[in-house]
Design a protein. Structure first.
Lengths: 471, 448
């Protein structure tokens, strides 16, 4: 997007006060978002965001300056700002030649975004809306959304790195509100991936609309969730968000090098039940956390975090890797050129285990089955987490019975990992809607098979059965 | 570049195509410093700008934005907005507001000093926060994300009905996460302050808050599950207030997405509860002379001594009911069209000191911080959050409590607010929400 000669001059300018490494990051982001609410296509937004940033590493300091003006003078000015901030004293560096790296990964786009007009995309949202409403007279509100994103990145650094990536992400979202006799329930979900409109043939958003409407109507009959400790079975796919929040973040290197993570210094040690193997894999085609190169130009890789209960590796970006003198695992991601990279998860999941998922439910005398988790949050230092259950069912004598509402799962990630005593064969990734917030927003995937946690605190509003729950 | 002129040009060109138009331009500078162990860890500095164009053709709305101000890109942007307007569905209430006079008063939202502050001073500020955090208690082992950040921006808004306005605002914020350690055990707690004016921020207070909290929470244990009294600290109240705000917009009401639906004019809270939204609060983080579509901001009393009296409107929701906007169209950036949102939204403080409130509790939980991940539902009125704090025994704060949830249906919670403190505080978490210490009886504390 910019002549390589210009990039060389910008890198040279960035290192004019010395510094260990200089990097130029360029980005172009084109988006189209359509939102339907109340049966109407209300929002139609097209966006164009172009910019670049210059980063200079100097000892343990990283200085960054960015601009939305990609002219050579503007980039040189950003380079000077970053160089000045780093306050280097060393001699100017000689640059090695920039060589473009190739990736063996292929993320083909079968049906480009342009294969459908804006009007046809809007018509799909109308079909989702109509399908959800047709499901039940109790469906009172439907919101549906379409989002396409093409994000191209170019990364260069003073060690000769030149990497390019082109990521195309598609998402459909739906939220359905059902109402009956003064009771309201709202459930949201989505499908998507790193792909073109072929998504429509793989995971039909109209079918999703029907499923979500079904769940919202079922939840109208939900009774208040019980509170207290009990056995909890968490569904496959999106259920993996619990691992992501309560354990995955603690394996991101920034928390580890700081010593704030519960997993600091634990590589090689048993941190989970032997049934648990956990992986972060940015190479999976079609997944929204995937890329060919991360936002620092490191090739995507598959990283085994936990192998049969033993901690094997953390997730590293360049900054943290440089701090301890090792290589990055390709987890350096940034929200945009306005942000500095940080270690982030990509597609993160618990691997399949030996148990039949139906057997897992059958094994519970009294407990909670979590079918749909809302968002979640965790405290990295302790691994304490809290999650809301948007669709849950009581398990009584090995069978799913009444739906329950208002439940939250409260616990400690590292403890839960040690306690997991059944892991299903039904491994799946989520359907492509994960957004992770860690100061910056990143698209991620999560996944797992059905798992059983023998004892977990459920917060709810109903105390009447406290103390009677459990296996 | 004359940005007001640029906005006017864009509006004129779209209007020439027979459409209504609004151009929003924001041009700013921002910087951020993060320190660790007495050294600068990250430092960034940037200039940025953006244009957002909203086009309405017979009630059909399209929006497009760009950060590229070349003539070609600007034309492409307004043409894209025009094309999208034609693909959208019509809605007769989708209109631009007519210009109204903007009161001439200084809201104190721009600190000229922030344009001059050298980087060295910002670094020194962040370092002072770190020092104060570590100095707060010997059990504070280290800090995380110890940050100072600021921004200065100019906003330009023009519409085809004749509105043209401009203002400048600034924002300085500093925060830190303190890590408390005692043997194997670790706690995290944050300290934070934000203001349009740098001089309002005190690094000592920010660090001390984080450090003291992290140390105090060490050794926290769950308490038995019970029904009882919960005293919310101002930050915890502010989070609760943020959830209530979602249920108090005209959009939530018109679309049936509020647990307060159909309660206008009724008692919805105990009479010590009054909720306000004030877009003209002096030095308010969300204050501005006009809102995101050019309507003058104002103060709106939503709940007055327990009675639901009003909700928040933008031009669209107001038009649907044939009333006036309350000046609550917000712009989070040039990348989105205006959306209905609160400004400075808060629970009105009372006269009791927090100490007096705690002293009046025989037994209960004093909540220092809450974690919400969706257990708050403004539609169904469910409220359940994870909480940490200190146990109150005979009017005194005693041992730390962790791994508990506090829950109650919002409808019941509001009616069981027994006391409201005088220590109002605003926090910038996904909006500008404020609250004092409050006491709520009859909540479910879920623990062991």
């Amino acid at each position: 997007m910019i002549p390589v000669e210009t990039v060389r001059r910008v890198l040279a300018e960035a290192l004019r006060n010395g510094g260990d490494l200089a990097e130029v990051y360029l980005e172009s982001k084109e988006t189209l978002g359509l939102s339907l609410d109340d049966g109407r296509l209300e929002r139609a937004i097209r966006g164009n965001d172009v910019g670049g940033g210059v980063r200079v590493f100097y000892g343990e300091t990283a200085a960054y300056a960015y601009t939305d003006d990609l002219s050579e003078p503007a980039l040189l000015e950003a380079a000077r700002a970053a160089a000045a901030a780093a306050r280097g004293t060393g001699a100017p560096r000689v640059l090695v030649d920039l060589t473009r790296r190739q990736s063996p990964l292929s993320f083909p786009i079968e049906k480009p975004f342009e294969a459908l007009s804006e009007g046809e995309k809007a018509a799909l949202l109308h079909r989702m809306d109509e399908t959800a409403r047709r499901h039940s007279p109790y469906v009172t509100q439907v919101q549906a959304g379409y989002h396409q994103l093409r994000r191209r990145v170019w990364v260069f650094n003073s060690e000769g790195l030149w990497a390019e990536d082109d990521r195309q992400i598609l998402e459909f979202r739906i939220a359905v509100t059902a109402q009956r006799n003064g009771v309201l329930q709202r459930i949201g979900s989505g499908v998507g991936g790193q792909m073109g409109l072929e998504l429509l043939d793989r995971d039909d958003p109209v079918a999703l609309a029907r499923e979500v409407a079904e769940s919202a109507v079922i939840m109208l009959d939900a009774r208040p969730a019980p509170a207290g400790e009990m056995t909890v079975v968490i569904t496959n796919g999106w259920g993996g968000v619990l691992f992501h929040e309560a354990c995955g973040h603690a394996m991101e290197a920034d928390f580890v090098t700081k010593g704030t993570s519960a997993y600091t210094g634990m590589v090689g040690e048993r941190v989970a039940s032997p049934l648990v193997t956990a992986v972060d894999d940015a190479t999976l085609p079609g997944r929204r956390g995937s890329f060919r190169f991360d936002d620092e130009g490191t090739p995507a890789q598959r990283t085994v975090l936990i192998e049969e209960g033993v901690l094997r590796e953390y997730m590293w970006d360049l900054t943290e890797a440089r701090r301890v003198g090792r290589t990055s695992t390709g987890n350096g991601r940034r929200q945009s050129f306005r942000h500095m990279p940080m270690p982030r998860m990509t597609n993160t999941f618990i691997a399949p285990g030996p148990h039949d998922p139906e057997e897992i439910i059958r094994s519970v005398r009294r407990g909670l089955f979590v079918k749909r988790l809302g968002g979640g949050q965790a405290d990295i230092a302790r691994g304490d987490f809290v999650f809301s259950v948007t669709e849950g069912y009581l398990i009584e004598n090995g069978r799913l019975t009444a739906p329950v509402r208002g439940a939250t799962l409260v616990g400690n990630g590292p403890q839960v990992l040690r306690q997991i005593d059944m892991v299903g064969t039904d491994w799946a990734l989520d359907r492509g809607m994960g957004m992770c917030g860690k100061g910056q927003v990143a698209r991620v995937s999560v996944g797992q098979p059905t798992i059983r946690v023998p004892k977990l605190t459920v917060g709810g509003t109903d105390q009447t059965i406290t103390g009677q729950m459990g296996v | 570049m004359d940005y007001l002129q640029l906005a006017e040009d864009v509006v004129k060109r779209v209007a020439a195509q027979g459409a209504e138009a609004e151009a929003y331009i924001v041009v700013g500078r921002e910087s951020q410093v993060q320190v660790d162990q007495g050294k600068v860890e990250k430092l960034s500095h940037a200039g940025s700008k953006g244009l957002g164009v909203r086009v309405i053709v017979n009630g059909r709305m399209g929006y497009a934005y760009t950060s590229d101000f070349s003539a070609a890109s600007i034309e492409e942007t307004w043409r894209a907005a025009l094309a999208l307007a034609r693909a959208a569905d019509p809605d007769e209430h989708r209109v631009l507001p007519d210009p109204q006079p903007i009161p001439d008063e200084d809201l104190e939202v721009f600190d000229p000093a922030l344009e001059q502050v050298p980087m060295e001073e910002k670094i020194a500020f962040a370092l002072a926060v770190e020092e104060a955090t570590l100095g707060a208690d010997p059990r504070v082992a280290l800090t995380n994300r110890c940050t100072y950040a600021d921004s200065v921006a100019s906003v330009y808004l023009v519409n085809s009905r004749g509105f043209a306005g401009h203002y400048r605002h600034s924002f300085a914020v500093s925060y830190v996460i303190a890590i408390g350690r005692d043997g194997e055990e670790q706690t995290m707690a944050f300290g934070l302050d934000a203001s349009p004016f740098l001089a309002d921020l005190d690094p000592q207070a920010i660090g001390q808050e984080a450090g003291e909290k992290a140390a105090r929470l060490l050794g926290g244990q769950p308490v038995p599950t019970q029904e009882g009294t919960v005293v919310f600290s101002p930050i915890a109240t502010a989070e609760l207030v943020g959830a209530l705000a979602q249920a108090l917009t005209a959009e939530a009401m018109q679309r049936g997405r509020s647990f307060l639906l159909g309660k206008m004019g009724q008692d919805v809270a105990s009479d010590v509860v009054s909720l306000l939204d004030n877009g003209r609060l002096r030095r308010g983080l969300a204050s501005a002379p006009f809102d995101g579509e050019g309507v003058p901001t104002r103060a709106t009393r939503l709940v007055d001594e327990g009675v639901l009296q009003a909700v928040l409107y933008d031009t669209y929701t107001a038009h649907r009911e044939g009333r006036a906007s309350t000046g609550n169209a917000a712009r989070s950036s040039h990348r989105t069209p205006p959306t209905l949102a609160p400004t400075n939204f808060y629970l009105q403080p009372g006269s009791l000191s927090p100490e007096e409130i705690i002293a009046g509790v025989e037994q209960g939980l004093y909540v220092l911080s809450t974690m919400n991940t969706g257990g708050i539902n403004p539609v169904s009125g469910d409220y359940s959050v994870a909480a940490r704090g200190l146990w109150i025994e005979k009017g005194r704060l005693t041992y730390p409590v962790n791994e508990v949830t506090v829950a109650a249906p919002l409808e019941r919670l509001l009616k069981q607010v027994q006391a409201v403190g005088n220590d109002l505080r605003f926090v910038p978490f996904g909006g500008i929400f404020g609250g004092p210490t409050i006491r709520v009886d009859g909540m479910t504390i879920g623990g062991r």
